[in-house]
Design a protein. Structure first.
Length: 618
């Protein structure tokens, strides 16, 4: 950590906020709003735990799912597995956060890292799994903090504000909440309650004021400046007032925004007149109100430090404290689901290689057809042979694709007619499912529309820079054809901004050649439900685009699953055959299908038949 004066650092707060607000932020790889949704854990250590709490409130206000804030130690101990983990670390070198990152990857969670340091151990780890993890950091440089998190708190709060209006479509704040807080703090100094060295502090927070309360409690504890208690106003009313009644040398500090102002004022009126009260009330609500309160916490703490006569940026740290900080968790201290080997999975451990399954769901483009053969009217003869062999031996087959009618024509030419009634096909990324035997009656115009007309018109308006003949609007899918990955990212961002909060009602997936825009309920995994054999019998999924945002991301997060793609799938549990150049695309699919053999009333993959070194890490 930098050896800097706390009082010097707080003079930079306004400039830090302005620099973050006026410049772009980096999101790598680029994702859209739907990526953030699901069951989430928000994790931070020390001052970063405050930012985790702030993000939990933002997550909840955008109705992205259920979120919980916890420390890295709590996360490393829990046996429950969330969909996504958000990690907060200013420096990116905290061993606690790095361990939490490794545990999250081992648990097959999506991971989002918020940081202000561009080159760090954590950043390097993210790059090794950049199809499972996303990092968010400012384009501008933020100076290192001293002993306590100061400018990094405001900087990462600024990153979150950027996400609010660029990803989730919220209005940008007209003024700077940091400037407002600094101005109001200066005005309030004339009416500060008397602060004495031995005071005990009772901190009361509610709603968007909660991160500020956490922030002040952390600063008091980590600096040794004073003892404090932290709670909300209703929990305080359940008996905690007894302590204050018996200990007169106390100061109550409250943080609130317009959402809680009416109740907090009633709360204050009931307090005894002898109890000194300092109430920080923001005129801003939501995220910007929280940032205002956070800034007031940072500034008020400086007043307490002055009374105590110390500079909290330059503490005297005891040797035993340094030793405690440097302690590391060992293998036996972790609670990764399954066992610690998942932190370094080998292909021997992949579910695909130890499962007995009765059915298979197979992608088409990149799996049954290579990219260069995408316009082909027929599937490779070796693939046709293996598909029909497996059907004859009793394997239940289904196909899941972003295609429509063209997929039916391909499969009719590949599957023997005697099996058509057994084969399910999920068209348009699983939004329309039928038997192959029903293909003769397929009429796209009769499929009920899954999009509201207003939503379609707004999406088309955003896509106006794309040639009209490249945009195909279907009842359950809008496809932009013939664009590369960079163009897909650019278009996805434009759609996300154009729809604002409406982005919740759609999801976007990529392939090598197109961007598919789908209703929020779309999933290739819907085909598994229609097969109607799971969970009594297992099903294996086979695809190629399992990276973040790929159109097989969900398919290849299924266990067991196999990827024959060029890119690493999101799930570490997915057997990645495509890692071997000779087993990429249709070559990998042929080898895989040949290796599937009847075993114990079901089917399994014959490892020896694959002809690769299964000891290598995936």
């Amino acid at each position: 950590m930098a050896n800097r004066s706390y009082f010097e650092e707080i003079r930079e707060l306004e400039n830090t906020w302005d620099a973050i607000e006026s410049d772009d932020i980096i999101i790598s790889p680029q994702v859209t709003a739907d990526f953030f949704a699901g069951k989430a854990y928000c994790i931070g250590a020390g001052g970063s735990l405050v930012l985790a709490k702030l993000w939990q409130l933002v997550f909840d206000s955008n109705r992205l799912g259920i979120a919980k804030t916890m420390s890295p130690y709590e996360f490393n101990q829990t046996k429950t597995v969330p969909d996504i983990v958000f990690l907060f670390s200013a420096s990116g070198k905290s061993h606690d956060i790095i361990q939490a990152f490794k545990s999250a990857i081992a648990k097959d969670c999506k991971v989002v890292v918020f940081t202000v340091t561009k080159n760090s151990a954590l950043m390097r780890l993210v790059k090794t799994v950049n199809n499972q993890a996303v990092v968010i950091y400012p384009k501008t440089t933020v100076r290192k903090d001293g002993f306590l998190a100061v400018n990094s708190v405001i900087a990462i709060a600024g990153l979150i504000a950027h996400l609010q209006y660029t990803i989730f479509g919220h209005e940008k704040s007209i003024g700077s909440p940091v400037s407002m807080a600094i101005h109001d703090h200066q005005k309030s100094r004339v009416s500060f309650p008397e602060i004495r060295k031995d005071m005990i502090f009772q901190i009361i927070t509610s709603e968007w004021g909660e991160p500020a309360g956490n922030d002040l409690e952390t600063r008091l504890a980590e600096s040794g400046i004073g003892s404090c208690f932290l709670t909300d106003p209703r929990n305080f009313a359940h008996g905690r007032f007894i302590w204050l009644e018996e200990n007169n040398d106390s100061l109550m500090i409250l943080f609130g925004t317009p959402s809680s102002e009416r109740f907090i004022k009633r709360f204050i009126r009931v307090l005894p007149g002898s109890l000194p009260v300092y109430y920080v009330s923001s005129s801003l609500d939501g995220l910007y109100g929280a940032i205002y309160c956070l800034t007031r916490s940072i500034l008020f703490f400086s007043e307490l430090a002055k009374v105590k006569g110390i500079d909290p940026g330059k503490p005297v740290v005891p040797d035993w404290g340094r030793k405690l900080h440097s302690l590391r968790l060992g293998k036996n201290d972790l609670s990764v689901q399954g066992n610690h080997e998942q932190l370094n999975p080998s292909k021997k451990n992949y579910p695909a290689l130890r499962s007995n399954f009765a059915g298979a769901v197979v992608d088409i483009d990149g799996t049954l057809l290579d990219g260069k053969d995408r316009m082909s009217l027929s599937i490779n003869s070796n693939l046709r042979k293996e598909l029909n062999r497996l059907l004859r031996e009793g394997l239940l087959l289904a196909f899941a694709t972003g295609r429509g009618k063209s997929a039916l024509r391909l499969l009719e030419g590949a599957i023997l007619e005697e099996f058509w009634d057994q084969v399910l096909v999920g068209l348009y990324n699983g939004t329309y499912i039928l038997k192959l035997s029903e293909a003769i009656d397929f009429d796209k115009s009769k499929i009920p529309s899954a999009f509201k007309e207003g939503l379609v018109s707004r999406i088309k308006k955003v896509c106006d820079f794309v040639l009209e003949d490249k945009v195909d609007v279907g009842p359950t899918q809008i496809t932009v054809e013939g664009i590369n990955k960079r163009q897909c990212d650019c278009l996805a961002q434009k759609i996300s901004r154009g729809l604002g909060q409406g982005i919740r009602f759609i999801r976007m997936v990529y392939s090598d050649h197109s961007l598919d825009i789908l209703p929020d309920w779309a999933s290739k995994l819907r085909v598994i439900v229609e097969m109607d054999i799971y969970p009594d019998k297992d099903i294996i999924c086979i695809g190629d685009q399992g990276q973040l945002g790929g159109n097989d991301e969900e398919l290849l997060s299924w266990k067991p699953s196999v990827s024959v793609g060029k890119f690493r799938p999101v799930s570490n549990a997915c057997l990645w055959l495509g890692r071997e150049g000779k087993l990429r695309g249709t070559a990998g699919t042929i080898a895989l299908l040949k290796a599937i053999t009847p075993v114990n009333g079901g089917f399994a993959i014959d490892r020896g038949a694959l002809g690769i070194d299964l000891d290598l890490k995936g």
